[in-house]
Each structure stands twice: as structure tokens, then as C-alpha cells.
Write a protein that binds this ligand. Structure first.
Ligand SMILES: NC(=O)c1ccc[n+]([C@@H]2O[C@H](COP(=O)([O-])OP(=O)(O)OC[C@H]3O[C@@H](n4cnc5c(N)ncnc54)[C@H](O)[C@@H]3O)[C@@H](O)[C@H]2O)c1
Length: 477
């Protein structure tokens, strides 16, 4: 029997999740789910709804498979549609929660983060008023550990009780590891998944659902002891990654001081598989929706659900603070080259947080942009793939020019394919003489850097202290 699944929230996660679920088939190739994506009846929500209904994604997407499957599900098979009508929840067999939940960074060293839970609570309450008692609720939103027990269950129980339902709600927590990019869809279906549920019945239904969604022969499911363990797994996973990135920052500065190419050093270490192959590399900064915030959910839980012991996570909090400040280092490096920003023009190329991903949330470019403008510099931003820069930049500062002419400084802040594939001769010919080119992510190899130096340009690189040596070879020092 085809089951009805409602996916609440049609953002970067929900829109891809809807498509993955609608594309699930049984062993005979039969459709398994009728999927309804639900977003808010707002301008933004309705844009997302219309795009799903027309079989298209709203944002730039490199994954051809996701585009094909979305079009197929919405327009051909017609087992995927989107709506803002909450009555869709009434006959749902499964509701999947993919709404946003943010954190405000407050307190000394971020020790008192604030999570505005109101909109998340409203989201849960919306369907809790309508769902069948036997509907399985799967929370995919990243939440403070303990939220399924302290918030989700409580709200659904309350609404059930108002409706005269005395059964225990069926709640599962299972977080997303989705990675927008070339393998967007498969980063949902072909990846190990953790899950946990609040009862044997919920666990059975969740297992059956994920077995249909995930390529479990290759990626068997992992069941965790309880929903809080699964919630912790998500925030620990992202805290570990954030810490890994933060750790490299001081070594970046050391390498620049000592004239070393840290990328080369790290590549040599990463060959030691099993213990060192996930070492992170120097960079410009950390953006996106998850890494800058997720670790703080753990501190919020300690402060709010377990406040008696006043336990802190100092290393974890410091990692987030280091990552937030990272673009300041690029700013300092540029300043030491050009001495003052007043009257100087800077173009930042790359606003999204990841190569070839169209997401400008928490852009590290915004930090650099603000620092430059605060010192009287003229700062423009551009991005090879973004159409929506968010509301952090003045419209007049979004550079839509075709070339890089006329700037005193050009910063490459994201490793987009089009920056990697720049024709160095053409690029360098268009630049102002003596322009400073800043490579923040190992975008240019030594040959390309030599080409720029040979054209009379200045070059610095984050974590690339050896550029000094390249200049000496060119007789430029
Ligand atoms: N973006 C990623 O790569 C990623 C990866 C893994 C996990 N996550 C987590 O997944 C969750 C969703 O992230 P996202 O990037 O898709 O967020 P998003 O902001 O792109 O999308 C959230 C959507 O939920 C909608 N929404 C909010 N309240 C609603 C309600 N009551 N009813 C219906 N819709 C509602 C919003 O309008 C928005 O369209 C977050 O918790 C995030 O941390 C994100």
C-alpha cells in the first residue's frame, strides 16, 4: 500500500528529501510513497512550493540526478507535490520535520547561546493538532540534544490529550548528512544513517521507512539507544568537524611565518589512512547553516535541560569562535600588504560557503566585507554561481561586471570550479598593474602563481608561506 509522507520545510534539506522519498521503489519498481512537501504560506514559502510543483529547484544545483528525479516525481509520476495547506497532515502516515532552527551566539566565549525555539514549537504544534495517533514523526532538524523528549513529545502529547487521544506519539530522531553539491541526492540515499525512536512500534516503522529510502546493502542503518543519543550524534559530528577546521588555523599562521606551503604538508600527512586522512586544510572561513552553529546546541542543552551542574564545553565553544574570526586573518594579511584600506577597492570572489554550492548563509565573505568597509575601503562581492546573496550585502556592492579590472585587491574566497579553471593569462592581463591577488583556498597552483607574479601582480595565499620563495625566484623580492 502506498503511504503518504508529509515533509515539513522545503529548504536545502526538505526539497531534496522530498525527491529522495518520492523516488523510492519496491523490488518490483513500484512507487512506495505519495509525498507532499509543506512550507509556510509566505512569499518565500510559496516560491519554494511553486518550484517543487513545476519540477524545478529554486537554487543552482550541480546534481543532474536530483534535477531529473525531481522533474520525474513532480511532473511524470506525480507522486510529489507541494502545498501550504496544513490539512495535508490529516491523513499522513509519516511526517518528516525539516524546518530551520537557529542559535544566537551570546555570553562570554559563546557560553550562553540562545535558541529561539518558538517557531520550531509552532511547527510541531501545527501537525500535532491534525495527525493520526499512529502517524510516525521523524525529526531531521538539527536540535539541542533532549529536544525530542523535552519539546516534541510534550507538544504532541498535549495536542493529543486535547483531542482525547491517550496513546503515546510515535517519534523518531534521525538526522541528515545531506551535502548539497554534485552528489546531493545520493548524499541522502547512499550514506550511513543513525536513527532512534521512542518506542518499539516507532522504531519498527522508522526502520521500514529508512530501509526503503537508503541503499542499506551498502550502508546499513545504525540504531542508537534513544533519541537524545541520536541528537547528540549530530551535534558531536559537526562539532568535531568545526574543531578540526579551527585547529588548523594556528598552523596556518605558523606556516605563513615559516615560509611553508601547509597544503603540501597536509597532503603528505593525509596519506596516513585511518588516523590522519580527515585533517582539514587552511582556508578563508567557515559558513553555511550547520557548522557555525550546531556545536552550540550542546551547550544550550546543558544550560537549559541540565542547568544544575553548569558544565561547559570550552574547547568546542572556542572552535566555533576561532572559525567565526577566521576571515579576520585574511583581512590582516591584506592590510599588511596594502597598509590602509581607505580609498582602496577590493573585489571578493566567492560568497557561498562551499565550492559550487549556491548557499550564502553565514558567508565568511560578509565578515571580510564588513571589516574592509569599516576601514573606509570600497568592497564589492561577486560569486560564480549565486543568484541570491542574502540580505547582508548592499545591492550596489554586488559586482555584476564581467571582468576583474580596476580593483586594487582581488580575493578568491571559495574554490568554485570556474575560479579553478581561470585562464591565468587572460585574467592577469585584465588586472590593474600591481593588483594584489589573494588565494584563500589553494585555488592557484605554483605555476599559476608564477604566471601572476611574472605579469607584475602581487600574490599572497592563506597557508602558503612559500609564495615568498616563489617571489624570490622571480627576483621580485
Ligand atoms: N543545509 C544543509 O546542508 C543541512 C545538512 C544537514 C542538516 N541540516 C539541518 O536541516 C534543517 C533544515 O535545514 P535547511 O538548510 O533545509 O533550512 P532552510 O532554512 O533552507 O529550510 C527550512 C524551511 O522550513 C520552512 N519552515 C519553517 N517553519 C515551517 C513550518 N511551520 N511549516 C512548514 N515549513 C516551515 C522555512 O520556510 C524553510 O523553507 C536544519 O536543522 C539544518 O541544521 C541542514
Amino acid at each position: 500500500m502506498i503511504k503518504k509522507v508529509c515533509v515539513q520545510g522545503l529548504g536545502f534539506v526538505g526539497s531534496a528529501m522530498c525527491t529522495a522519498i518520492a523516488s523510492s521503489r519496491d523490488s518490483l519498481g513500484n512507487v512506495l510513497y505519495d509525498v507532499v512537501g509543506i512550507d509556510l504560506d509566505t512569499e518565500d514559502g510559496n516560491r519554494k512550493i511553486s518550484s517543487i510543483n513545476s519540477g524545478k529547484l529554486l537554487f543552482f544545483c550541480e546534481d543532474q540526478l536530483l534535477k531529473k528525479k525531481l522533474e520525474e516525481a513532480s511532473l511524470d509520476v506525480k507522486n510529489l507535490r507541494a502545498s501550504s495547506d496544513v490539512n495535508e497532515y490529516v491523513d499522513a502516515d509519516i511526517v518528516i520535520v525539516d524546518v530551520d532552527l537557529s542559535v544566537q551566539k551570546q555570553g562570554i566565549s559563546y557560553s550562553l547561546p540562545v535558541v529561539p525555539t518558538k517557531s520550531f514549537e509552532l511547527a510541531i504544534q501545527t501537525f500535532a493538532k491534525l495527525i493520526k495517533p499512529q502517524c510516525l514523526v521523524i525529526i531531521e532538524t538539527t536540535v539541542p540534544p533532549g529536544t525530542c523528549k523535552n519539546i516534541v513529545r510534550k507538544i504532541i502529547k498535549e495536542e493529543f490529550s486535547i483531542r482525547g487521544i491517550d496513546s503515546e506519539p510515535l517519534i523518531c530522531h534521525s538526522y541528515e548528512r545531506v551535502m548539497p553539491g554534485k552528489n546531493y541526492l545520493q548524499s541522502i540515499t547512499h550514506i550511513h544513517r543513525n536513527y532512534s525512536a521512542n518506542s518499539k512500534e516507532a522504531e519498527k516503522l522508522a526502520k521500514e521507512f529508512f530501509e526503503n529510502l537508503i541503499a542499506i546493502d551498502e550502508f546499513p542503518l545504525t540504531k542508537l539507544r534513544d533519541t537524545t543519543s541520536s541528537e547528540i550524534a549530530k551535534v558531536l559530528e559537526n562539532s568535531y568537524r568545526a574543531m578540526n577546521i579551527a585547529f588548523i588555523q594556528e598552523w596556518t599562521e605558523l606556516a605563513e611565518e615559516m615560509g611553508i606551503n601547509l597544503f603540501e604538508v597536509i597532503d603528505s600527512i593525509k596519506k596516513r589512512k585511518g588516523t590522519h586522512d580527515n585533517m582539514m586544510k587552511p582556508g578563508f572561513g567557515v559558513g553555511g547553516y550547520c557548522l557555525p552553529k550546531d556545536a552550540l546546541f550542546a551547550q544550550w542543552s546543558l544550560n537549559n535541560y541540565h542547568s544544575d551542574k553548569k558544565l561547559k564545553l570550552p574547547l568546542t565553544l572556542q572552535a566555533i569562535a576561532i572559525n567565526d574570526k577566521m576571515p579576520q586573518h585574511t583581512f590582516n594579511r591584506i592590510k599588511s600588504e596594502i597598509h590602509a584600506f581607505k580609498g582602496k577597492s577590493v573585489l571578493i570572489c566567492g560568497v557561498s560557503y562551499m565550492p559550487d554550492v549556491a548557499d550564502a548563509r553565514n558567508s565568511p565573505a560578509k565578515v571580510l566585507y564588513d571589516l574592509i568597509k569599516a576601514e573606509g575601503g570600497i568592497c564589492k562581492v561577486t560569486d560564480a554561481i549565486l543568484s541570491d546573496y542574502g540580505d547582508g550585502f548592499l545591492q550596489e556592492d554586488v559586482w555584476v561586471g564581467e571582468n576583474y579590472n580596476g580593483f586594487d585587491v582581488v580575493v578568491f574566497a571559495v574554490k568554485h570550479s570556474s575560479y579553478l579553471n581561470l585562464d591565468m593569462n587572460k585574467f592577469s592581463q585584465g588586472l590593474k598593474p600591481n593588483c594584489l591577488v589573494v588565494d584563500t583556498f589553494d585555488i592557484f597552483n605554483d605555476d599559476k602563481i608564477k604566471c601572476l607574479l611574472g605579469a607584475g601582480l602581487r600574490v599572497i595565499g592563506i597557508g602558503k608561506g612559500h609564495i615568498k620563495e616563489l617571489k624570490e625566484l622571480k627576483g621580485l623580492l
